[in-house]
Design a protein around this ligand. Structure first.
Ligand code: ATP
Length: 315
């Protein structure tokens, strides 16, 4: 598969694509055959135990580290062969907290970032209004004219995210952007990330905060010992309904081909169905009854990412 060819439909090119990425330090394998894709408008959360390789993967995705094998493409450009073109639309915080000039104010640091961003090929200029807006978005307006040396660690972290989103990047990559932040800081970062994705940006971030991830990420990649052991489509999980029946496997067969059922599977004693909307629940129930199944219970299949993660990591 080549991402270098111009595509008739640019939106079909993944914003981030890792293809068979591996990384070794000496004889020690840190990443093994990692494949992942993040599309425009998607928030992809990378999680996994300490030492799983998340930071190494993020450094490789942003071009800061070179893979031993495989390739990484940002918007179709190989980040290790065509670094400046690939990173032209990238905003990132990889080393936390991001580096700033401590004696400059937060606003002056962002102005400096805006000048740097303006040098990228195809850059859209960042005006003063935008700087004011991002400072407000991370609730640092009151600190805008104070030197960064006066900022707390959490405030510096928020300024780092403000700098990363300043030029409205089409791709945003953040390594643990919420670690060490207070609850307000965490929700500000989540809102900023969600807004960028809603405007069509692609976001990949790493986090250990599973409960929060479950609230706003679309996809969760679980990295364990350098491998993506699972990719969870949270939207599909949260759309799932379950019906308690006596023969879940046969009930899944009865549902699978119906036009309003995206997917169906058995998890004894339930048949799970990914339905297009709530209104399809009675239709699915009727279809099961028509196929001879007695339905004893029906309702949303509440997905517990924390529980699921524990199962995948301990499996
Ligand atoms: N420069 C390096 N040289 C040798 N080994 C390294 C290097 N950088 C990272 N490692 C090793 O790679 C493994 C993965 O580290 P990494 O920091 O990517 O994990 P992580 O998933 O981000 O962990 P955490 O959740 O604790 O931040 C660890 O065993 C680490 O010791």
């Amino acid at each position: 598969m080549s991402f270098e060819q111009p595509s008739p439909d640019a939106n079909r090119i993944p914003a981030i694509a890792a293809i068979g990425v591996s990384k070794r330090y000496g004889r020690h394998a840190i990443l093994e055959d990692v494949h992942l894709t993040v599309r425009s408008g998607e928030v992809y959360a990378l999680t996994g135990p300490n030492g799983a390789g998340k930071t190494t993967l993020i450094r490789t995705l942003t071009g800061l580290a070179f893979p031993t094998g495989g390739q990484v493409y940002l918007l179709g450009q190989n980040v290790h062969d065509k670094g400046s073109r690939a990173r032209a639309h990238l905003g990132a915080v990889v080393e936390a907290p991001a580096k700033f000039y401590p004696r400059f104010t937060g606003q002056d640091n962002l102005t400096h970032h805006a000048h740097l961003a303006a040098m990228a090929p195809g850059a859209v200029p960042v005006g003063r209004d935008r700087i004011r807006d991002v400072l407000a978005q991370v609730e640092l307006t009151h600190m805008a004219h104070r030197p960064v040396a006066d900022y707390s660690l959490g405030q510096r972290q928020r300024l780092g995210v403000a700098a990363a989103i300043l030029a409205r990047p089409r791709v945003l990559i953040l390594d643990e952007p919420t670690s060490g932040l207070d609850p307000l800081g965490i929700s500000l970062i989540h809102q900023a990330v969600s807004d960028l994705a809603a405007a069509g940006g692609a976001v990949l971030l790493s986090s250990h905060h599973l409960r929060e991830i479950a609230g706003y990420a679309h996809t969760v990649g679980i990295l364990s010992s350098g491998r993506i052991v699972d990719t969870v489509d949270l939207r599909a999980r949260q759309r799932a309904y379950r019906f308690r029946v006596t023969d879940p496997a046969r009930a899944a067969d009865a549902l699978r081909d119906l036009p309003f059922v995206r997917a169906a599977s058995a998890r004894t004693p339930y048949v799970l169905a990914d339905l297009r909307s709530d209104q399809d629940v009675p239709r699915a129930w009727a279809a099961l009854t028509d196929a001879g199944h007695a339905v004893y219970e029906a309702g949303p299949d509440l997905f517990d990412l924390q529980e699921y993660y524990r199962g995948r990591i301990e499996a």
